[in-house]
Write a protein that binds this ligand. Sequence first.
Ligand SMILES: CC(C)(COP(=O)(O)OP(=O)(O)OC[C@H]1O[C@@H](n2cnc3c(N)ncnc32)[C@H](O)[C@@H]1OP(=O)(O)O)[C@@H](O)C(=O)NCCC(=O)NCCS
Length: 168
Amino acid sequence: MSFTIRPTRPYDAIPIAAVHRATAAIPGGIARRPEEITDGYINRILHEALADGVGLVAVEEGGDVIGEIHAVRIPVKLFSHVLSDLTVAVHPDWRGRGVGSALFQALFAAARGMEPPIVRVELNAGAGNAGAIRLYERLGFRVEGRLEKRGLLPDGRFEDDIAMGLIL
Ligand SMILES: CC(C)(COP(=O)(O)OP(=O)(O)OC[C@H]1O[C@@H](n2cnc3c(N)ncnc32)[C@H](O)[C@@H]1OP(=O)(O)O)[C@@H](O)C(=O)NCCC(=O)NCCS
């Protein structure tokens, strides 16, 4: 089965929430827990991406949303060439089939078209999320640092965050 990538639209809110909740149900991936994927959160990311960022969905042949990526320009002049606050989620049934990579390549293409230009894309990944870190390095991100005990896991353990950046 194949899929396409397109910009998010306001009516994608419900299917995007479903993909994020299915993703969040598996610990060790995205930061938010399922109950934190609220309508307010989804509406905010849709709005921010539209206002001055990038928001894209992967859609399978039948029209269902199977993945989402978003990031936003930092709204401070000093950092205004930086696309940040990046989150990516691919439905568990679709992992390992190139959806995440395609979402990132489309995000880079969209970022290159932004005005004023985006020069840097940044993200954080949990140190335990080795698969995601490997994917990001393959896409061109470099490890830039380690934020000790930034995450508090559901079982009470702390986890470091890995700061990664890519120069477009
Ligand atoms: C990380 C994620 C977006 C990658 O999307 P994807 O469509 O599976 O990625 P692709 O098929 O393009 O690339 C596969 C690579 O993704 C990485 N990966 C990370 N988690 C994975 C998973 N659960 N299943 C498969 N691949 C995964 C691996 O590096 C894999 O490469 P490998 O085959 O060499 O191990 C997706 O797995 C996901 O949504 N994970 C849960 C949420 C998450 O971790 N988000 C990132 C938070 S920083």
